[in-house]
Write a protein that binds this ligand. Structure first.
Ligand code: ADP
Length: 511
């Protein structure tokens, strides 16, 4: 329904003043003192209540107040009638024409209307206000829930640094009850140590609004009632209102995090110490390996020297010693001694320099030299060493003595592997070829007992040997030597009748 009779019915309210009253956003009602019949209602009242002006004139306020509010309403009017009060104010509920209710605040006083005593009621629709209030209350409840259930300590402080409010987490973390610290200075929750250490007044943190504070050296401490302190992270929010400014401190106990950090640091330190211990042990074992290597490499020329010396001794004991033969044997002894000394020299230089000494080498010559050294041993076992050189010899750069040691070790192993009588082929085949554009390959092939599939990885491990007098370091050292040359040493698989080892070396393209 609308305020539809405005033009026709407004004769009674034609004055300018009436117009202002009519346009008020508050509802305004005038009703007779005795009968309570409405004499006037402004536009807002008619619209909100849902009646036309003439409809309202047929009603009294008791028609728009719910039944259970009527007696209260009447008793309030009585106060005015009896002049006990000049004005009454109260909250109630109005019922619209369509039956819906809305909350209102009503101010009523006695007045004179058209020469009669009448009540005037100014009515405020509280619907919006109530909704806002409800929302506010819900927000407050939510905030209270956060405040009460937060894991962090939340403390409100006034501008003087006095505690005005705190949550249960604060009581728990600091060991004080609410009563004990409300109204006290926030300083009591900070250790004096902080002042001493940093020459800082904790209240300095009052003015650090909005920041998370972790102190100058990353540490701020909280002080418990029992005197113990604990590391905290502190955030301060500044709240400015008409009444002045206050602060909310949010404190997080970071003991556990600090503890975890300390444990992590300790763990890292232990790891470092273990690594150091391991490195030390590795160095010790490397020294051991080197000593074994020296023994292995020196043992071979020494054995040769001993063999030659025995032969020389036998020759001298002859009635007519073959001087020429003797001279040749002494020459060989001399050669083997030099070899031993060269090995020591090279090992020493290896230890000192930790890197290979490369020189331009003719690989064919290097291998021929080694075959010459090994020929005596091979011959004594009825083994022939066949050599297929690469022609022409490509340019390579390597450590001459190291590569010699590698090939010599392979030849010695091949001879050892053929130390049985029932072999159809008693030969070692050494061949050199270019396996790709820049790789030189040397193959050492024997027809001995071969190497079982399961042993193929083991043979390159240090100290793995199947020989009664073996040291088991030859192949592992040989592999390291090849790797130091950016080459490789591998056992070529697929050979049933004997073994084949291959060495690869990069070709020296710049020479
Ligand atoms: P060592 O010769 O002192 O045993 P190596 O490292 O040179 O040390 O060799 C390790 C082991 O590898 C040998 O004991 C042997 O069992 C095996 N091996 C090496 N070369 C051959 C080969 N050509 N044929 C069969 N077995 C071999």
């Amino acid at each position: 329904m609308h305020y539809r009779s405005k033009n026709i019915e407004s004769d009674n309210r034609a004055s300018v003043f009436d117009k202002i009253v009519d346009d008020l956003l508050n509802e305004l009602y005038v009703f007779e003192k005795e009968t309570l019949r409405f004499l006037y209602a402004n536009k807002r009242a008619c619209e909100n209540a849902g009646y036309t002006f003439s409809e309202l004139l047929q009603l009294t306020p008791l028609d728009i107040v719910p039944k259970n509010n009527i007696s209260k309403f009447e008793s309030l009017l009585l106060l005015l009638k009896n002049n006990e009060k000049e004005k009454v104010e109260f909250e109630t509920v109005y019922r619209r024409e369509n039956g819906s209710l809305y909350p209102v605040e009503v101010h009523i006083q006695l007045t004179e209307y058209q020469s009669k005593e009448a009540f005037v009621a100014v009515v405020l629709d509280l619907t919006e206000h109530k909704l806002n209030y409800q929302r506010l209350q819900e927000n407050e409840q939510r905030l209270a829930a956060i405040f009460n259930n937060a894991v962090e300590c939340i403390i409100n402080i006034d501008s003087q640094g006095l505690i005005t409010d705190l949550n249960p987490a604060t009581e728990q973390a600091f060991g004080y009850s609410e009563k004990e610290i409300i109204g006290k200075s926030i300083n009591m929750l900070m250790p004096t140590r902080l002042d001493e250490k940093h020459n800082e007044d904790p209240s300095h943190y009052l003015s650090t609004g909005g920041k998370t504070i972790t102190g100058r050296d990353g540490e701020v401490f909280g002080l418990r009632k029992n005197g113990s302190s604990f590391p905290i992270e502190l955030s301060v929010a500044e709240i400015t209102t008409d009444k002045g400014c206050s602060f909310t401190w949010v404190i997080r106990d970071i003991s556990e995090r600090k503890q975890a950090e300390a444990e992590h640091r300790q763990h890292e330190e232990e790891k470092r110490q273990n690594q150091e211990r391991f490195d030390r042990l590795s160095r010790v074992s490397a020294v051991g390996e080197l000593a074994a290597n020296i023994a292995h490499e020196i043992n071979q020329p020494l054995t040769a020297v001993s063999t030659y010396a025995t032969i020389a001794d036998q020759l001298i004991n002859n009635d007519q010693p073959d001087i020429q033969n003797l001279r040749s044997i002494l020459g060989k002894i001399n050669e083997q001694t030099k070899r031993a000394s060269k090995v020591i020299h090279r090992l020493r230089s290896l230890i000192n320099k930790h890197e290979v000494q490369r020189e331009a080498v003719n690989i064919n010559e290097l291998i021929r030299h080694i075959i010459h050294i090994s020929s005596q041993k091979a011959y004594s076992k009825n083994i022939e060493i066949k050599f297929f050189p690469i022609i022409p010899a490509p340019p390579i750069k390597c450590d001459y003595v190291n590569i010699q040691q590698v090939i010599l070790n392979l030849i010695n192993n091949a001879i050892d592997a053929m130390d049985t009588n029932d072999l159809s082929q008693r030969e070692i085949i050494i061949s050199v070829f270019q396996s790709s554009v820049n790789i030189l390959t040397i193959s050492v092939r024997d027809f001995g007992k071969g190497i079982a599939e399961t042993d193929r990885k083991k043979i390159f491990s240090p100290f793995y040997t199947t020989k009664p007098d073996g040291m088991g370091v030859g192949l592992s050292i040989s592999r390291s030597i090849m790797e130091a040359h950016s080459g490789a040493l591998s056992l070529t698989s697929g050979i049933t009748n004997g073994s084949e080892f291959t060495l690869t070396l990069p070709l020296s393209l710049d020479s």
